[in-house]
Ligand binder design. Structure first.
Ligand code: SF4
Length: 500
């Protein structure tokens, strides 16, 4: 018995074609075809055209291929991508042996934020044309990623107060020590410490002023758009809440946003953006209860979007008091009828509550009510707050209760993709700063996900044929000769596809 031995001699020169070293069904081959089919100039990528003088830049297709390959394989930093260019055979093939520097790779991502977004949207429209996305039902959900900003560099008023109190205590301590100092060296040492603490205090006071002037609840120093968010089970860190819209047909991503800290006011913007991108007349959305906000649902309804969002529990329900559902609302009379058969009415005034407006419904009958203990703990009797768009909440609740199986699709449509991006592809943090740049990175990884996903949905040869058709379509729209003559526009490996 002996160990397996290689027949390769390291010192022997071998005749190897890169073409033979990449598997026929490799993801790299699809990335190659996919990027070739993109109208890079229309999408806004820089350096598609370049100056005649100076050092020639890499064609953006080279760098986009590198990024699309890397993000799929958990290689996201410019350092790792550069290293992969040196050692990864599939990347030798994909980039035709080009090895962009770490700096070039890094600046490409930074300078093409808008183009990444445009490319993702372009891909979604292609998927719609291929009937892989129908837009009939779109599930919207969010996941959190860490930002390039430590928790130490994120402040709110309470945190600033804590720091200032601590510094004040230190300054008092040093002053007391200074009074008791018996030689010049010690005095100088404490005076320096006091100066240092005063400078720190000034810094915190500047932050406090900025908070006051901007009206923001918190401030992040390294990435000013990042916010403290609950990442997982009460663990707070500084990051982004990424909104994602997914189509129910094949669970493909449609759109994303990075602006909201929580889901409360995200539904309408996301739904309207998805509907407009897909050019639909009508659309259904599936969301969890974090999105159940009357104003958002009213906006959706006015844009012909039907919401199926998990109803929120009424506050009284948590205290084992009469559930709000027991109170019957009469839209004709604009009143509620309580379990004691009394009518609760509004005085017509609207009261501001957060970003919304509500009306109060109450009755004087609460005073002598025999079942009051089961109804309210308030000494003024039961008050029902009704938002001015409450009817949209009630209609949504009815729809969800009448279609429980349809609503249950929500989890199946979104959660799997988030798991893949975060657990398998390591997308638990962003490498970019600023919400626009972070969104570009989100769009890039979603584009990679969609491409990888359709590899599983379509037959490989069918997918290649569709991509080749796209390239042909693209070529007919431009100067074909120019396209073939441009050095990096088409990789040598992809030229034969036109002879198929
Ligand atoms: S406490 Fe007021 S609202 Fe509640 S059941 Fe009695 S009368 Fe009706």
């Amino acid at each position: 018995m002996h160990h397996l031995e290689s027949e390769i001699d390291r010192s022997q020169i071998s005749m190897i074609a890169l073409e033979e070293m990449v598997a026929e069904n490799s993801y790299a081959r699809l990335v190659d075809l996919f990027v070739e089919a993109l109208p890079m100039e229309d999408l806004g990528f820089v350096h598609v055209q370049h100056e005649k003088e100076g050092r020639p830049p890499y064609h953006p297709k080279v760098l986009l291929k590198l990024y699309m390959y890397g993000y799929r394989h958990g290689l996201r930093s410019s350092g790792k991508l550069h290293q992969a260019c040196l050692v990864n055979v599939e990347l030798w093939w994909l980039l035709n042996g080009l090895k962009p520097s770490q700096r070039t790779i890094c600046y490409f991502r930074k300078n093409n934020a808008k183009a990444f977004r445009a490319a993702f949207r372009h891909f979604v429209i292609v998927l719609k044309d291929w009937n892989l996305i129908d837009g009939e039902t779109v599930a919207i959900d969010s996941f959190k990623i860490r930002a390039q900003n430590s928790l130490k560099n994120n402040f709110n008023q309470a945190k600033i107060d804590r720091h200032v109190d601590y510094i004040d205590g230190k300054i008092d301590e040093y002053h007391a020590a200074l009074d008791n100092a018996d030689n010049e060296d010690t005095r100088t040492e404490f005076e320096q410490k006091i100066d240092y603490q005063h400078k720190k205090r000034e810094g915190y006071k500047l932050l406090e002023k900025e908070l006051e002037e901007t009206g923001a609840a918190q401030i992040s120093i390294t990435d000013t758009d990042a916010r403290a968010v609950v990442l997982h089970r009460n663990i707070v860190n500084v990051g982004y809440n990424v909104q994602a819209g997914c189509d129910s047909k094949h669970k493909l991503f449609i759109n994303a946003q990075t602006g909201n800290v929580n889901d409360t006011h995200a539904l309408a913007d996301m739904a309207i953006e998805a509907k407009e991108l897909l050019g639909l007349e009508h659309m259904n959305t599936l969301t969890d209860k974090g999105y159940t906000t009357a104003e958002e649902m009213a906006r959706c309804a006015s844009n012909n979007i039907t919401t199926y969002s998990s109803p929120k529990e009424s506050p009284a329900n948590k205290n084992d008091l009469f559930d709000l559902k027991i109170f019957k609302y009469d839209p004709q009379e604009d009143s509620y009828t309580c379990p004691a058969e009394q009518a609760l009415r509004s005085n017509g005034n609207q009261y501001k509550k957060g970003k919304t407006k509500v009306m109060h419904y109450k009755t004087k009958a609460c005073k002598g009510c025999t079942i009051r203990e089961q109804c309210t703990n308030s000494k003024n009797g039961r008050v029902i707050e009704r938002g001015i768009h409450q009817e949209f909440i009630e209609e949504n609740q009815k729809r969800v209760e009448q279609n429980p199986d349809y609503y249950r699709l929500r989890q199946q449509v979104t959660e799997h993709q988030f798991g893949t991006l975060k657990r398998q592809w390591g997308f638990t943090y962003t490498l970019m700063k600023g919400k626009e740049n972070v969104l570009s990175e989100v769009n890039l990884i979603m584009m990679c996900y969609n491409l990888r996903r359709i590899m599983s949905i379509l037959d490989k040869n069918d997918l290649k044929r569709r991509l080749k058709d796209l390239i042909h379509l693209f070529l007919t729209k431009m100067d074909i000769n120019k396209a073939f003559l441009r050095p990096f526009y088409f990789s040598k490996s992809s030229v034969p596809i036109f002879n198929d």
